[in-house]
Design a protein around this ligand. Structure first.
Ligand code: BTN
Length: 237
């Protein structure tokens, strides 16, 4: 069971958890109605409208934080599918898509804790956002789940319930479920490094650590989530 702290506004729920790590107890979730400086992966910012669900949760005693984002993606997919009748996919490593557009982003950060790690999982889900919000924020690749904010609380509880079940497990035990939901597999992709350099490849699988297995001609290689962003060759996915 999670303890949940609610705020009207924070700069970033991930930042709040990191700054208060020593005083927050294991299994605490921090929800903010509004974030003034939401953070995304690879140093990007995360903008969301006030109807969205933005929260971070803390769990201690995680052995391998490297695959936590992928496990969270499975938890989010399971929770949304249980509550709503929508077909969602995962864009590797942990974007959740509806009709090839992003509805949810996940940012996991960790700190050493005892023999393992404290894991901060930040989850942002677009709920009933208007198209002009995404267009005017330069987020034409994003969309929203078509549910009103009245469902926000139910969604939060369901995600935390699924996360609690899956977050301590080994990615390899959920690899098949991840692959069956991953939109990139079997597609041509662009791998974009932080430097801006790009490489085209075919996404062929996900390995037991959650790394993306790619093929370029005769060469098979793996990439990890910290290294690259992935795009489809003709669009976001
Ligand atoms: C991404 O797709 O780049 C990850 C986005 C993660 C956004 C969430 S919203 C709640 C939590 N607080 C943050 O500042 N970021 C995460």
């Amino acid at each position: 069971m999670f303890k949940i702290l609610y705020f009207d506004s924070l700069d970033s729920t991930n930042k709040y958890v990191k700054e208060n790590l020593s005083s927050l107890s294991d299994k605490t979730a921090v929800v903010a109605k509004k974030q003034t400086n939401g953070r995304g992966r690879m140093g990007k910012t995360w903008s969301s409208c006030e109807t969205s669900l933005t929260f971070s949760y803390l769990v201690n005693n995680i052995k391998n934080p490297a695959s936590s984002a992928a496990l969270n993606a499975i938890a989010v997919i399971r929770a949304i599918r249980r509550l709503f009748d929508v077909y969602l996919t995962i864009k590797w490593p942990n974007d959740i898509l509806l009709n090839d557009k992003k509805v949810c982003g996940i940012l996991c950060e960790s700190r050493h804790f005892g023999d393992g790690f404290a894991l901060i999982s930040g989850i942002g889900i677009n709920l009933s956002g208007k198209k002009n919000f995404f267009d005017s924020s330069g987020l034409s690749h994003a969309t929203s789940l078509p549910f009103t904010e009245k469902k926000r609380e139910a969604l939060l509880f369901e995600i935390l319930k699924e996360a609690e079940k899956i977050i301590y497990s080994d990615f390899k035990d959920h690899r098949r479920e991840y692959i069956s939901n991953c939109i990139n597999i079997g597609r041509e992709i662009r791998l974009i490094r932080q430097s801006g350099s790009e490489r085209l490849a075919m996404a062929v699988s996900i390995d037991e650590n959650g790394y993306l297995v790619c093929k370029d001609g005769d060469e098979i290689f793996i990439v990890n989530a910290g290294e690259v962003s992935v795009r489809g060759i003709n669009g976001y996915a």
